[in-house]
Design a protein. Structure first.
Length: 496
C-alpha cells in the first residue's frame, strides 16, 4: 500500500514545513509497527519549493488471517486461497487508514507546536494513491471527495492492458488536489473515505468505531451529500452502529444551526409592527422583546417555581440558557448536554469556562451526548429542560427521547417548549404552509402537543400543565407552547 502527500512553498514558507506538520523529519526514513504490518515514512523529495511525504505499508497477509482466526472471525474455510493471496499488501484500504491514524496521529488532530500557524491554515496539497479499491468506480470517488473541496482525478485501472476487451478492474489511480484545506482536514478525509471506497473493514468493528467516525468527520460529514453511504460502509453495514452514527450526525447538523437564525424566524414580523402582532415590548426602551428571550424567561420562572436547584439543559446548543441559569445563584448545579462538540465549544467560550473562578466553575458541566439514548450521567437531577428540541427529531425517534428523559433520567420536573404551528399565520414573512425553520421535522398544533404531552405524562407518572410563551392570541394561541411536567406524589413515593 502506498500513498504520497505533496505540498509546495516559497522561501518565506518552505514546503519542508510539511515535516513539522507530520512530525516526521524529511532527512531520514522512519519505520513504525502497526497492528497489521510495518509502516514506512520517507520523503522522495524535500526542498523549499516542493516536498513529498510517502507512506508505505507492508501488510503481513498471513498474520492477518491468523489473527482473524484466533479471534473467531475466519469466515471462509481454512484452506481458502483467497485468505492468503489477495490485494491487501498492494491496494489502499481500511488498513492504510489505520496506519494513517497511527503514524500521523498528531497531524490528524491538527496539532503542531513547532508550526501552529501552518497547521491551522490551508496548504497547496496533492495526494496520490496508485492503487485504490473503489466499489462504485471513479464516479463514486468523485462523489465522495469533490464536495469536500478536492479536485479529483480518478482513472480506472484496466484488468489487463494487453486485453482491453476485458474491461476495467475495481481499482483506480487517484490524484486529489486542493489549496483550500488544512493538512488535518485532508488526513481526516482519507481516514474515513479510504475504507468507504474499499467497502470492507479488515478488522473487528467495535462500537467505538462510531466515535472514531464522528471525530474524523467533524465539520464535514454531517453535511456530506453521501453521508448515508459513508456511515453504512465505514461501519461495515452494522445497522445498530450505523443508526447511532446517523442520529448523532443529524443532531450535530441541527445543533450547528445558528441560534440567531431561529430567533430571526421566530421574530419574523418587523419590530415596528409589534402592536399589530401583539408582541410584548420592553417598557424601558419600547423595543420588542425577542421570543427567544421570552422563552428563556418563562423557563427560568417555571424552574424557580418548581424549586429546582440541579438542572439539565438537554440540547443546550451554544449555551444561552446555561448562561442564564448561572446568573441565578439558586441553581447550584447546571449541566448542558448536546451531541455537537462544536456547539459545546462555542458554549464554553460563551461562558468563559477557561477564565471562570473555581467556585463558579464547580456549578457547571458541559457534556456530549445523544438524547435518543439513556445516559446514567443524567440521573438524579431536579429538572430537565427540552427547549425547542423535540421538533428537530423525526417523529419515529420521539419515543426513544421520551424514554431517555422521562423514563431513565426521570427528573422531578421536565420543561418542554415547542412552536405552535397555528401561530405561524401571524408571521407575515413566513410563506403559507412553511415551518419556522428548515430543520424542523414537524410543528404541532396546541391540540397535538397536549395529546402527546398527556400520553407521556400518563406513561411515566407525571402531571402536566400548559402555559403560553409570548402573546396569547385569542384565535391562534401563543407562538410558543410550554408544558411543565411534574412527578406525581405517588410516583415520587414509589421511586423513594
Amino acid at each position: 500500500m502506498f500513498l504520497t502527500i505533496t505540498t509546495t512553498g516559497v522561501p518565506e514558507r518552505p514546503a519542508t514545513d510539511l515535516g513539522f506538520l507530520l512530525h516526521k523529519h524529511p532527512d531520514r526514513a522512519q519505520t513504525f509497527s502497526t497492528s497489521h504490518g510495518t509502516a514506512h515514512v520517507l520523503y522522495p523529495e524535500a526542498d523549499v519549493e516542493r516536498c513529498t511525504a510517502a507512506l508505505l505499508l507492508e501488510v503481513d497477509a498471513v498474520a492477518l488471517v491468523r489473527r482473524s482466526k484466533s479471534k473467531g472471525r475466519g469466515g471462509a474455510p481454512d484452506a481458502a486461497l483467497a485468505q492468503y493471496v489477495n490485494d491487501r499488501p498492494y491496494a489502499a484500504s481500511s488498513l492504510l487508514a489505520v496506519a494513517l491514524s497511527a503514524v500521523f496521529s498528531s497531524a490528524l488532530r491538527g496539532v503542531c507546536r513547532a508550526r501552529p500557524e501552518r497547521a491551522a491554515e490551508p496548504l497547496p496539497l496533492r495526494v496520490e494513491v496508485p492503487a485504490l479499491p473503489a466499489r462504485g468506480g471513479p464516479d463514486l470517488v468523485r462523489a465522495l471527495f469533490e464536495p469536500l473541496g478536492w479536485t479529483v482525478t480518478a482513472r480506472a485501472v484496466a484488468l489487463d492492458e494487453g486485453f482491453p476487451e476485458w474491461g476495467d478492474s475495481r481499482y483506480v489511480r487517484l490524484v486529489l488536489e486542493s489549496d483550500t484545506l488544512t493538512l488535518s482536514a485532508a488526513l481526516r478525509h482519507l481516514y474515513v473515505l479510504l475504507p468507504v471506497l474499499d467497502d470492507a473493514k479488515h478488522y473487528w468493528v467495535a462500537p467505538d468505531e462510531v466515535d472514531k467516525l464522528l471525530r474524523a468527520g467533524e465539520g464535514w460529514l454531517h453535511q456530506h451529500p453521501e453521508q448515508q453511504l459513508i456511515t453504512s460502509r465505514y461501519l461495515a453495514r452494522r445497522w445498530s452502529l450505523t443508526r447511532e452514527a446517523r442520529e448523532r450526525l443529524e443532531l450535530l447538523r441541527l445543533a450547528e444551526t445558528d441560534d440567531s437564525e431561529v430567533e430571526e424566524i421566530d421574530n419574523a414580523v418587523p419590530e415596528e409592527t409589534g402592536d399589530e402582532t401583539g408582541e410584548e415590548t420592553d417598557a424601558s426602551d419600547g423595543k420588542a422583546v425577542p421570543l427567544a428571550v421570552q422563552r428563556r424567561d418563562a423557563i427560568l420562572a417555571a424552574l424557580r417555581e418548581a424549586g429546582a436547584t440541579r438542572v439539565l439543559d438537554l440540547g443546550c446548543g451554544q449555551g444561552q440558557l446555561v448562561q442564564a441559569l448561572l446568573k441565578d445563584v439558586r441553581f447550584t448545579d447546571v449541566v448542558g448536554v448536546d451531541v455537537s462538540m462544536r456547539a459545546l465549544t462555542i458554549a464554553a467560550r460563551r461562558l468563559k469556562l477557561d477564565r471562570m473562578g473555581e467556585r463558579q466553575a464547580s456549578r457547571v458541566q458541559l457534556l456530549q451526548g445523544s438524547l435518543s439514548y439513556t445516559d446514567r450521567r443524567l440521573k438524579g437531577y431536579d429538572a430537565a429542560v427540552l427547549s425547542e428540541v423535540i421538533e428537530h427529531l423525526d417523529l419515529p425517534r420521539l419515543p426513544a427521547l421520551e424514554y431517555a428523559v422521562f423514563g431513565a433520567a426521570h427528573p422531578r420536573t421536565v420543561l418542554v417548549t415547542t412552536p405552535n404551528v397555528e401561530y405561524n399565520v401571524r408571521w407575515e414573512s413566513l410563506p403559507a404552509g412553511h415551518v419556522r425553520h428548515g430543520d424542523h421535522r414537524f410543528e404541532w398544533t396546541r391540540a397535538q402537543f397536549r395529546a402527546w404531552a398527556a400520553t407521556v405524562a400518563d406513561r411515566h407518572g407525571y402531571a402536566v400543565d400548559f402555559r403560553p410563551v409570548g402573546p396569547d392570541d385569542p384565535e391562534v394561541g401563543p407562538p410558543t407552547q410550554l408544558a411543565v411536567f411534574t412527578l406525581t406524589e405517588r410516583t415520587e413515593a414509589k421511586a423513594a
